[in-house]
Design a protein around this ligand. Structure first.
Ligand code: ATP
Ligand code: MG
Length: 419
């Protein structure tokens, strides 16, 4: 080849082979757990108006400040590849008038997301998340159910060394009072703080809790904690969420330094981490966002949800068994002649219509090669279609018998008793 090879862009990857099979298994588990709990699948577009994330996720967040893939379409409108799923789901809730349905409306997704990040193990520019959102109820049971579902999913997928941290950020009002208290503390210790934290005292002081900078960490040790300043109502809501997690047998640590990277959270916030992951330890997290729908132009609507990273689940999980579906019938041809090939192809279609997992050779192999391929696929039966006659071979029992081509499917469906 004369030209140099083209590779997938930095921070992106192809999904194939065992990885693809493991993802399908994961998706099947997620669907069973979430749809079993009344969550319906939703898929939103890969791109949205940039305004959705600027308004929904918050202009001072890392995501909006530096991680979005934003571009203009031909008409000059600003579009962004979705960096997260909650704002798009809320947009869809408003756009489709879902507040008129019975509440809460519970939706789940498994989609890819895009963030312009420094690519490394467990951190990519296109990655997948499974997520669940429940809109329209502020019942603490919604919070607890949502958290229990993610705990169940991670347990079933055998994600190792999982820890759950939990906190409450209170309502928007108690949070803004607290913000001022925290800002005063940060200003009083400004010299010790990192450049980044100092620049965000005004617009995002809570992020200081996430800093790795030693000076900032020391200042944060002595910082006031939001959990100590919740309103009576918020404290009661949080206590009930904890009580419900207790009865569900989900263990957690209350962590007053837990703040999530998105602006929209209110009340419950949580994060699952895995100590098996090293630096990128976040497996999934979420919380309540009672003001978000309204902020996006909808009616006042409480909401609660989470998202978990598929790649990190797989990195921290025990690899699930990925045995490919067994081939029940392999259709081989005795002669490479058009009429024989057509008869075989017709048998293949008939077998599939009858619900059998069936395959035939597509590589122009000799009969010997085809039988080798059937063996490699672990085929249960092989039908060798010949010139006016067909032979059915039982690959387990070893017997074989001449059979009318039209009777093959019936015989395979009846299993080995046929031979
Ligand atoms: P982190 O602290 O690792 O940057 P985050 O707080 O940005 O995570 P969220 O926005 O809460 O993550 O997304 C939920 C989950 O999605 C994370 O816990 C993680 O498993 C996964 N995730 C987030 N960003 C990436 C990425 N760039 N590549 C792969 N997975 C990611
Ligand atoms: Mg991040």
């Amino acid at each position: 080849m004369s030209d140099s090879k083209i590779k997938a862009p930095r921070g992106t990857f192809d999904v194939l082979g065992e990885d693809a099979a493991a993802r399908s298994a994961l998706e099947a588990r997620a669907r069973a757990i979430l749809e079993g709990a009344g969550y319906e699948r939703i898929e939103t577009p890969a791109m949205e108006a940039t305004e959705l994330f600027a308004r929904g996720v918050g202009a001072s967040t890392d995501i909006v400040r530096k991680e979005m893939f934003t571009f203009e379409d031909a008409a000059g409108r600003s579009l962004t590849l979705r960096p997260e799923g909650t704002a798009p789901v809320c947009r869809a809730y408003v756009e489709h008038g879902m507040h008129k349905r019975r509440q809460p409306v519970k939706l789940w997704y498994l989609s890819s997301f895009f963030r312009h990040e420094r690519a490394q193990a467990g951190r990519y520019r296109q990655f997948w998340q499974v997520g669940a959102e429940a809109l329209g109820s502020e019942d603490p049971a919604v919070d607890a159910e949502s958290i229990v579902l993610l705990a169940t999913l991670l347990a079933e997928l055998q994600v190792r060394e999982v820890r759950l941290r939990l906190a409450s950020l209170g309502s928007t009002e108690s949070r803004s009072e607290y913000r001022e208290r925290l800002q005063a503390h940060l200003r009083a210790n400004e010299q010790e703080l990192s450049e980044d934290v100092r620049s965000r005292i005004e617009d995002n002081p809570l992020r200081a809790f996430d800093s790795d900078h030693p000076g900032t960490r020391a200042v944060m040790e002595g910082a006031p904690r939001l959990l100590d300043h919740l309103s009576a109502e918020d404290a009661e809501h949080f206590a009930e969420v904890r009580a419900l997690l207790d009865v569900a047998g989900v263990s957690y640590e209350v962590d007053s330094t837990l703040v999530r990277g998105l602006d929209y959270y209110t009340r419950t916030v949580f994060e699952f981490t895995s100590d098996a992951l090293g630096a990128q330890s976040g497996v999934g997290g979420g919380g309540r966002y009672d003001g978000l729908v309204e902020q996006l132009g909808g009616p006042p609507t409480p909401g609660m949800g989470w998202a978990a990273g598929i790649e990190r689940i797989m990195l921290a999980g025990e690899a699930p068994p990925t045995a490919p579906a067994p081939v029940e019938l392999f259709v081989a041809i005795e002669h490479a002649r058009a009429d024989v090939r057509r008869a075989a192809f017709s048998l293949l279609s008939e077998a599939r219509s009858a619900g059998l997992a069936a395959q035939m050779d597509l590589g122009g192999r000799s009969l010997k090669g085809q039988l080798g391929q059937a063996g490699a696929l672990g085929a249960r039966f092989v039908a060798i279609v010949g010139d006016g006659q067909t032979t059915l071979r039982d690959m387990q029992g070893g017997g074989q018998t001449p059979i009318a081509t039209g009777a093959v499917v019936h015989a395979v469906l009846r299993g080995h008793h046929a031979l």
